[in-house]
Design a binder for this molecule. Structure first.
Ligand code: FAE
Length: 541
């Protein structure tokens, strides 16, 4: 499916490319400052957006289009400058320091293979692209860099079922979401679908066809999953006509090709308005409010090795928090509990969930091969969402190891009703997540109901060698953190933070712990809805 380059996106892409060529950390397409090596952080801006993930990118584009000068502050780096070998990112089989955010060793979700510690590698501490933040019984994977989670995610662009959406966000009109904002977000994100005919005979999805066969034997339905990975590019990868990325074991540490990450879509378009500037390697530490209602942010600028280069301040009349569920929640909790924004309420930090994430693997029979070539971008899921007791959407995940592993892997999205919460820990000046192992049990129960049926129907067993010990189900991490500043509770129904005019939340924190499917399309669509209203009623009125 062609994804056309608009003039605005073209201008933004050009700005990103020239920033990459010059090795800049700030990007702007504004003629007066574009390409300036020392583009300083202004002392004030009408609008500041924290973060550059889905909610932030949507918001910045619409602010820029409305003519509002907007500064985006991103703690990660701009991932556009290739190394001498032409790569921007490292692959999963040979990760280097670019893989992970300031850690000595990579921490992949599959910790072991045949119980051997062969997956992870020692690396140098560096501003890498994937972070794994540990909170006792739960750890959260996050993207770091201009584009946030879009740089590291599996590209699955799934619109949830209407009934589930209405259940989780009852204050939002589903008609308008499904008729307007979801289609809008899908179009801007460049969502496309795999060619069904090609899918049936390609090597790239042999593993998915095998899992589909096993699912059908167990009486389950499967569903194709739309994606922001360019499936035409993938076809060319398999044909040997294009550099391999999804077929080159690239996913969680970034894709060198093929992926329509936000820097190619919303952020490029935002830059192309000429009103938006992105400052990378700028982390917001504190938010305060002046008597006249201006927000003052304290920002720490670092280099890729973690050295602090400067501490700066920037004032904003309108402040949008798009630092993701974990980042936004931490900023708000810190602001409340250090007394800078004392009127923030008790709802801040509440309503957090894992989107019911749980991973498991099945051991295939020797004749059931998954293939040496596996697309890192899933294209199929088992849809058992109608199950009245254990509704599950299980994406059929690859194991792109380059060898036959006889593993069928799944990331199940279950409807775990448990919710965690964050508190501020003054000793470490950070947010602490309260989530126990027992709260993960409903996810395992639901995934087990599906997986047991798969195993019984196919005479197969669980793989117990993949998660560092002998467990069959791994739910000590999530890819899909949601909540912490829930819409209609911590904010009004458009993301306006209670108690503070002109302060808005625009990311996954708004969603109370579950979307039933992969969340980024919902985050983007909700951000489209909210910014349209905020522009019309608060900013342009
Ligand atoms: P997010 O994309 O996390 O962006 C937040 C940004 O803010 C990041 O760039 C941060 O570095 C930055 N930031 C944080 N704190 C600060 C601060 N203090 N100052 C400045 N910058 C800051 O937020 N979802 C799907 O729908 N489909 C998938 O296939 C999928 N696969 C995934 C695979 C992996 C490995 C991971 C980690 C996630 C996956 N997700 C997937 C989840 C998806 O990427 C995630 O829900 C969205 O990225 C969340 O969007 P937000 O706008 O909330």
């Amino acid at each position: 499916m062609p994804f056309s380059v608009t003039r605005r996106r073209f201008l933004g892409l050009a700005a990103l490319n020239s920033a990459a060529a010059l090795g800049l950390t700030a990007v702007s397409a504004t003629p007066a400052v574009a390409g300036r090596r020392d583009l300083p952080l202004p002392r004030s801006a009408p609008a500041v957006v924290i973060g550059t993930g889905y909610g932030a990118a949507v918001t910045a584009l619409r602010l820029g289009q409305a003519g509002i000068p907007t500064v985006m502050l991103e703690m990660g780096q701009l991932w556009d400058t290739p190394r001498p070998d032409g790569t921007v990112f490292s692959d999963m089989l040979a990760p280097d320091e670019r893989a992970m955010w300031f850690t000595d060793r990579t921490e992949a979700p599959l910790a072991t293979f045949l119980w051997l510690d062969v997956v992870n590698r020692n690396i140098r501490r560096y501003a890498g692209v994937l972070d794994r933040v540990h909170y006792g019984d739960m750890s959260v994977y996050l993207g770091r860099g201009v584009g946030g989670g879009s740089l590291v995610n599996g590209a699955m662009a799934v619109t949830p079922r209407r009934d589930h959406f209405a259940e989780i966000l009852p204050g939002v009109d589903p008609n308008r979401m499904y008729e307007h904002y979801y289609p809008l977000a899908n179009a801007e994100l460049g969502v496309n679908e795999v060619d069904r005919e090609w899918f049936e005979h390609c090597d790239s999805y042999r593993y998915a066809r095998l899992s589909r066969k096993h699912a059908e034997r167990a009486g389950f339905r499967t569903e194709f999953v739309p994606s922001v990975y360019d499936f035409e590019y993938l076809k060319r990868e398999e044909a040997g006509d294009a550099e391999r990325s999804a077929l080159g074991s690239e996913v969680i540490y970034g894709n060198n090709h093929g992926k329509r990450s936000l820097d190619r879509t919303y952020l490029a378009a935002a830059l192309g308005t000429g009103k938006v500037t992105i400052q990378s390697l700028h982390e917001v530490r504190d938010i305060a409010r002046q008597q006249d209602g201006t927000y003052t942010l304290t920002v720490r600028q670092r280099d890729v090795n973690g050295n602090v280069l400067a501490r700066k301040q920037i004032d904003a009349r309108y402040l949008f928090l798009g630092a993701g569920s974990v980042g936004t929640t931490e900023l708000l909790l810190r602001a409340r509990d250090t007394g800078r924004l004392p009127a923030l309420g008790a709802e801040i930090g509440q309503g957090w969930g894992t989107n019911g994430n749980v991973m498991f693997g099945r051991a295939n029979h020797p004749h059931d091969v998954t293939g040496l070539l596996q697309s890192g971008m899933p294209a199929l899921g088992i849809d058992n969402r109608d199950d009245p007791v254990h509704p599950v959407f299980a994406e059929i995940a690859p194991v792109p190891a380059g060898i036959e592993t006889w593993v069928s892997l799944y990331l199940a999205i279950t409807r775990n009703p448990e919710r965690g919460h964050f508190t501020y820990d003054a000793a470490t000046d950070s947010a602490r997540l309260h989530w126990t192992e027992a709260q993960g049990q409903p996810s395992i129960d639901a995934a087990r109901a599906l997986a047991d049926r798969l195993n019984q129907a196919n005479g197969t067993l669980y793989r117990r060698d993949l998660f560092g010990d002998t467990r069959a189900f791994e739910n000590r991490f999530t890819y899909h953190p949601l909540g912490g500043a829930v819409l209609g509770r911590a904010t009004d129904l458009y993301g306006r933070v209670h108690g503070y005019p002109n302060l808005y939340v625009t990311d996954g924190s708004l969603i109370p712990g579950s979307t039933g499917v992969n969340p980024f399309v919902t985050i983007a669509a909700l951000a489209e809805r909210n910014i349209e209203h905020v522009l019309a009623t608060d900013i342009l009125a």
